[in-house]
Design a protein around this ligand. Structure first.
Ligand SMILES: C[S@@+](CC[C@H](N)C(=O)[O-])C[C@H]1O[C@@H](n2cnc3c(N)ncnc32)[C@H](O)[C@@H]1O
Length: 632
């Protein structure tokens, strides 16, 4: 907590055993916030409310007269989802139910709520939401409105939770669950008029344009059923009509004078952000003490050994747990020869098995694999922020490595995912559609894909797609959020090698047909432009791609023009990869000569050239290292 702000209200004494906490964020006025909490009060043992600092005066004191815990949170947060982790962490009940301030318990939910808490197996439940419209008497019974379900009732075990903090995201919970029949009543369409809701949709469209449901319906349009041709309505239960009417009547009451002041804790942005996977890591994070309390045994070349490692977090950030920590900070190791040279090979990573707070110590088992060399080698165990840097706080120890017989492959538990296959540089992902790439090119592209995906979900842009060969892994990988394909589709194109390239059957339709047949392909995230970058402006792009791949016209002038376009389109730490660098190298050189920004540039096999902006070094990732020596 960073301070106290005045508010009015009485503290409630907490009952001995707390079964259920309700938590909510609000920036509503005092009448509406109060009306919302009053409806939940009889159902829960504790109420925790975060009041947005920009809420009208009086909201905090109205909440405090009903809730056990009230906090003021900074209004400057980009979206309300960023508060969720912290908000859940304040609750002390065995279970937590999160509701928005326009959501009420239905009669059916009131009836079943306590019995849900008694079940032993589920760690969370999905609750449906019914969207009342155009009055509380009816709700929408078709399309996305009918299918709206949300993880809202969760067991209070932070070890099961993860939060990304992204817009429209929610808590992610591991363990057993099911969809409950009893709904939340959602009054979003009743508390705001059509104009206000249209403005809300416009605001969402600016941040996440063109979000689509799997049916193709625009998701942001859910707030304006008036514009979406809604016709199927069902009658609400009479008790639910009554609850909604009481809430709306109270919410519309004119606000009285704000009550006199008491005290309310003010929460800092830093405290809230630590729960969010997608956050910037501060420079003060990179400090730790790493030890191997039991040392390591002698090994055979290429063999695997499991050792215990103890890590004390001496930095200022919380280090996330596995299996896929966000931010991607894990335990890693590197090998050095006796002559002081590093054995530059990809090595294994081990995620933390629990969240490690600043100052805390954890112990875990990690797998280390000996290199294919032997001798008295030096093992350095350290923490690594994937794609960014090593902590350089390593434990160093000598390990005798003897010549091996045959090396066991690294063990993987669970089924192979698309992310595993990309990380393994499995080029069979390129088999369904003919691609104009060599085997080593494909390994390089998969390595870049895997390394960029480590930073979190990303957007991809490609110039020159032909039949979609280089899009095959992208359409199937959910970590790739969106794809832009730019290709004017000429039947032949100039090439600096002196002969024009012919592209028969070169059409967007053909490409979409082929990509549609890829297992798990998500074509809804793909947008195509049948123009070159000379006919297109960056402002027309739906996203800011973190990964751009240039494989269009093979001339110096076109490569330079495409690279300039990508530079304008990409993120501050974006990656621009060129194909056929053996042909378009003069264009790449022109581009680097005029770049004038911090960057790294490197060649990968066979003809993939990479320019990455900012301080990150993909070159250091195990994926890129592995692709440097192509597997045959
Ligand atoms: C080498 S192929 C792309 C191959 C694809 N990336 C793959 O891996 O299978 C080149 C593509 O560039 C496209 N192209 C030609 N001129 C272009 C331009 N000026 N801008 C963008 N793309 C262009 C062609 O239509 C063709 O589809």
């Amino acid at each position: 907590m960073t301070g106290l702000r005045s508010f009015a209200g009485r503290r409630r004494r907490r009952p001995e055993s707390q079964r259920l906490s309700l938590c909510a964020v609000t920036k509503a006025g005092p009448s509406r916030a109060g009306a919302f909490l009053e409806q939940w009060r009889p159902l829960v043992d504790e109420i925790v409310v975060a009041v947005d600092e920009s809420a009208p005066p009086g909201t905090a004191s109205a909440c405090a007269s009903i809730a056990e815990q009230v906090y003021l949170v900074p209004a400057a947060m980009a979206n309300m989802e960023r508060y969720l982790g912290w908000l859940h962490s304040r609750c002390s009940g065995e279970w937590i139910l999160r509701a928005d301030d326009d959501e009420l318990p239905s009669e059916a939910l009131r009836e079943v709520l306590r019995s849900l808490l008694d079940e032993r197996e589920p760690t969370h439940y999905w609750l449906p939401r019914i969207w009342m419209h155009p009055t509380p008497e009816t709700y929408i019974a078709e399309r996305v409105w009918l299918r709206d379900i949300q993880v809202r009732l969760v067991r209070n075990l932070p070890g099961l939770w993860r939060f990304s903090g992204r817009l429209h995201s929610n808590i992610e919970v591991t363990g057993a669950s099911r969809i409950v029949e009893a709904p939340l009543l959602h009054l979003a369409l009743l508390v705001a008029d059509l104009e206000q809701r249209r403005a809300k949709v416009e605001a969402y469209e600016r941040v996440t344009p063109d979000l689509r449901h799997e049916s193709g319906a625009p998701l942001n349009g859910v707030f304006v059923p008036e514009d979406m041709g809604v016709t199927v309505l069902e009658r609400s239960r009479q008790a639910d009509v009554g609850s909604a009417a009481r809430y709306l009547q109270a919410a519309r009451r004119p606000e009285g004078k704000a009550s006199p002041a008491g005290e309310v804790p003010v929460v800092s942005m830093q405290e809230i952000e630590r729960w969010n996977g997608e956050r910037a890591v501060s420079p003060g994070a990179y400090q730790a003490r790493v030890t191997l309390p039991q040392g390591a045994e002698p090994m055979e070349a290429d063999a695997i050994q499991h050792v215990q490692v103890e890590v004390t977090n001496l930095g200022e950030e919380w280090l996330a747990r596995g299996p896929q920590p966000e931010p991607p900070i894990q335990v890693g190791y590197r090998w050095w020869r006796e002559d002081g040279t590093e054995i530059a090979r990809p090595t294994l990573r081990t995620p933390f098995t629990e969240t490690v707070a600043p100052g805390a110590t954890t112990r875990l088992t990690m797998a280390i694999q000996a290199p294919p060399e032997y001798g008295r080698l030096q093992l350095r165990v350290d923490l690594v922020h994937e794609g960014v840097r090593w902590f350089e706080c390593e434990e160093q120890l000598e390990v005798d490595v003897s010549p091996g017989q045959s090396a066991p492959a690294p063990v993987r538990s669970g089924p192979m995912t698309i992310a595993d296959r990309i990380g393994d540089l499995d080029t069979s992902l390129f088999e369904p559609i003919e691609s104009q790439t060599t085997e080593p090119d494909r390994q390089s592209l998969l390595a870049l894909h895997a390394a960029i995906a480590l930073r979190g979900p990303f957007d991809y842009l490609e110039i020159g797609s032909h039949l979609g060969g280089s899009l095959q892994a992208m359409v199937a990988d959910p970590r790739c959020r969106s794809i832009v394909s730019i290709d004017p589709r000429p039947l032949s194109q100039p090439d600096d090698r002196g002969r024009d390239e012919l592209y028969p059957e070169n059409s967007t339709e053909r490409m979409l047909e082929l990509l549609g047949a890829i297992p798990d392909a998500d074509l809804a995230k793909l947008e195509t432009f049948e123009r070159g970058t000379d006919q297109l402006s960056v402002a027309e792009l739906p996203t800011r791609p973190a990964f751009c791949f240039i494989d269009g016209e093979h001339t110096r002038a076109a490569a330079l023009r495409d690279a300039r376009f990508c530079l304008e389109a990409t993120t501050a730490d974006g990656v621009i990869a060129f194909h056929d660098s053996n042909v378009v190298l003069p264009g790449i050189e022109d581009f680097i000569a005029e770049l004038g920004r911090p960057h790294h540039a490197f060649q990968m096999p066979d003809s993939v050239f990479v320019v990455e902006l900012g301080a990150a070094r993909l070159w250091d990732t195990p994926y890129v290292q592995r692709a440097l020596i192509p597997m045959t």
